[in-house]
Design a protein around this ligand. Structure first.
Ligand SMILES: Cc1cc2nc3c(=O)[nH]c(=O)nc-3n(C[C@H](O)[C@H](O)[C@H](O)COP(=O)(O)O)c2cc1C
Length: 176
């Protein structure tokens, strides 16, 4: 819905501008009511709240796996390392058998996780909000793992990337 005086936003310009915001890459996964695993590559993962511990991910309404995500009580997020671009590609292809040949594990609540991910978040569904052509899925974190010394897979300007310089903590966070 556009407002009076608002310029129409060209979708390609929107993608180009959003792509300037470099992100990590994650696999969001759940099980459907028959116990079949679904999973999608997502760079929209963000942490939302510390207390309670909440994360969110924006999932396209058009995903073939959306009915499973709409019904699942739990889901898992696996943050990929720099050597896992092939996994990111596999889970970005619509309807493919993404799990064949993917080393995976079941989390405490049954949500599928990718083995060797650099961080995992096992979540109970907390809320699902309208996000235009996406749903914003919010999860309450029940269990997590992390290996911050491992290097992440990045996504920037429509392409995968890796960290090329040692990371530097902002002064405000040093010692926090
Ligand atoms: C790097 C990357 C990031 C993506 N991020 C998202 C995302 O945050 N949300 C989303 O709905 N789709 C995202 N996609 C597209 C989905 O991964 C893709 O449409 C999905 O795997 C299709 O799954 P389906 O078989 O359930 O339809 C991304 C794709 C790539 C390559």
């Amino acid at each position: 819905m556009s407002e009076a005086g608002e310029d129409p936003i060209d979708p390609r310009a929107f993608r180009r501008a959003a792509g300037c915001f470099a992100t990590g890459v994650s696999i969001v996964a759940a099980k459907d009511e028959l116990g079949r695993r679904v999973g999608v590559t997502a760079n929209s993962f963000v942490s939302v709240s510390l207390d309670p511990p909440l994360i969110s991910v924006a999932l396209a309404r058009s995903l073939s796996s959306m009915p499973a995500f709409e019904r699942a009580s739990h889901f898992g997020i696996s943050v990929l390392g720099e050597e896992q671009a092939d996994c990111a590609m596999r889970f970005a292809s619509r309807g493919a058998d993404k799990w064949a040949g993917t080393p995976s594990a079941a989390g405490v609540c049954g949500a599928p996780l990718i083995r060797d991910a650099i961080a995992t978040f096992e979540c109970a569904r907390y809320a699902m909000h309208d996000g235009g052509d996406h749903h914003i899925l919010i999860g309450r974190v029940l269990k997590l793992t992390s290996a911050p010394s491992r290097r992440p897979l990045l996504f920037h300007a429509g392409a995968f990337a890796t960290l090329s310089a040692p990371s530097q903590a902002p002064a405000a966070l040093v010692g926090a």
